[in-house]
Design a protein around this ligand. Sequence first.
Ligand code: CP
Ligand code: NVA
Length: 306
Amino acid sequence: MKHYLQFADLGADEYNYLFSRAAIIKGKFKSYEKYHPLADRTLAMIFEKASTRTRVSFEAGMYQMGGSVVHLTTGDSQLGRAEPIEDSARVISRMTDLVMIRTFGQDKIARFAEFSRVPVINGLTNEFHPCQIMADIFTYIEHRGSITGKTVAWVGDGNNMANTWLQAADLLGFTVHVSTPGGYEVDEKLAFGGKPHRPGCYKVFANPMDACRDADLVTTDVWTSMGYEAENEARRKAFADWCVDAEMMAVAKPDALFMHCLPAHRGEEVMADVIDGPQSVVWDEAENRMHVQKALMEYLLLGRIA
Ligand code: CP
Ligand code: NVA
């Protein structure tokens, strides 16, 4: 049994399989072809933080594959009333076939997985957001072909998205140019869990313009992630120069794409003319969450489809 708790839980060969499978599954969806490989299977979705895309993509995706979902939040379950996570994992995984969790610390999801009888998927933690990066890379491949050897510029917070990009670059053979304000740097130990990584898979730049120079993809995220709201004012000040604007896009490659996992704050981490401009693929990126996650759920439950 496999869990998907961080990007490094799968290998390059498995990602190549999942990207080709996601394209096939997306094709079926677009042509209204019925595809119910997960009939009678149930996905439990546990949300300890808010969500639009993650909920809709997992829920719609599971129904489209013939399965059903159970939606739990901290507020309307015993999870919010201090039932031990181990007990929750034992119980929920006896009644369902797959569990998706959005929570705070990675340690929580790791503990849940340890006591779960069924595969567990990370739907975002403070440390990682692997389903999102899988969708981002699939989107890049759809628009531009292989990401191997390419350069991704990360502008902004050294957060869950940034950590996951680092793992993906290490595994899939591209480079991430990271530029964050001082005090918000990526933590290599956290991103790679203290394990060795490919030297040069990421480079740090003090100036976001330098990170964007000749990039194939420019990407950013909110200045304040869920769970860090108390730091909002300090972050607004610190991140003022880390707003992706037309000038940054102009130093990237002429055919560079722009991505943002959303939700976005126009005028903060990205200017409206960039996110709503011709290089932006954010709507494809959001839609692709569903297609890659359908491929992932199929893979975790049924293995490779010949
Ligand atoms: N990108 C993403 O995970 O969006 P939600 O927070 O809306 O799920
Ligand atoms: N980094 C953001 C991503 C939201 C999808 C957060 O954790 O809130």
